[in-house]
Design a protein around this ligand. Structure first.
Ligand SMILES: [Zn+2]
Ligand SMILES: [Zn+2]
Length: 172
């Protein structure tokens, strides 16, 4: 019996998304996204400041604080969270740098589950499948519901391990 050692398509494209994420200059979050149409790679993007504007590595992160309800041992607790708002999210950059015609019936592989704003934009972009790896619990309920309403396949990649060299420690 021969073992087929080739990567399946999900692993292949998610690995590329993780490779792309290493381009991010935000020390708090590295997100990569790729556009795939019929197994063809048509675009890549990561989270970053607009071109020509100092990025997080030069100007530091731009921190916004917000309160979030988090489930702690079955109890909702208000937790103060910090996030960097300097960068354009990877999914939004992907939409800025790809053509509508390339997005029709396409898939997006993204390292992190899209936030509500990105999910809304993706839902209106022609994309019909979104595959992510890391969960983003804050928005997952409303995003999952919206994807269902739009008939977009929305799935978390299980049994997957990102390429080791692409992982970084992020502060939360
Ligand atoms: Zn940052
Ligand atoms: Zn987002």
């Amino acid at each position: 019996m021969t073992v087929d050692a080739r990567k399946d398509w999900d692993t292949y494209f998610m690995d590329i998304a993780f490779m792309v994420s290493t381009r991010s200059r935000c020390p708090r979050r590295h997100v990569g996204a790729v556009l795939v149409q019929g197994k063809k790679l048509l675009g890549t993007a990561y989270n970053g400041a607009p071109m020509g504007v100092p990025d997080c590595s030069e100007a530091g992160c731009m921190i916004a604080e917000e309160y979030e309800f988090v489930d702690v041992d079955g109890e909702d607790q208000m937790i103060k969270k910090q996030r960097c708002v300097r960068t354009i999210h990877a999914e939004q950059n992907l939409l800025l740098f790809t053509d509508r015609i390339d997005r029709e019936n396409s898939s997006v592989y993204v390292t992190d589950e899209p936030c509500w704003t990105c999910a809304n934009m993706l839902a209106n972009s022609g994309v019909t499948e979104i595959v992510f790896y890391r969960s983003y619990p804050k928005d997952t309920d409303k995003v999952t519901e919206m994807m269902k309403q739009k008939g977009i396949s929305f799935r978390k990649l299980e049994h997957y391990e990102p390429p080791h060299e692409t992982l970084m420690t992020v502060s939360n």
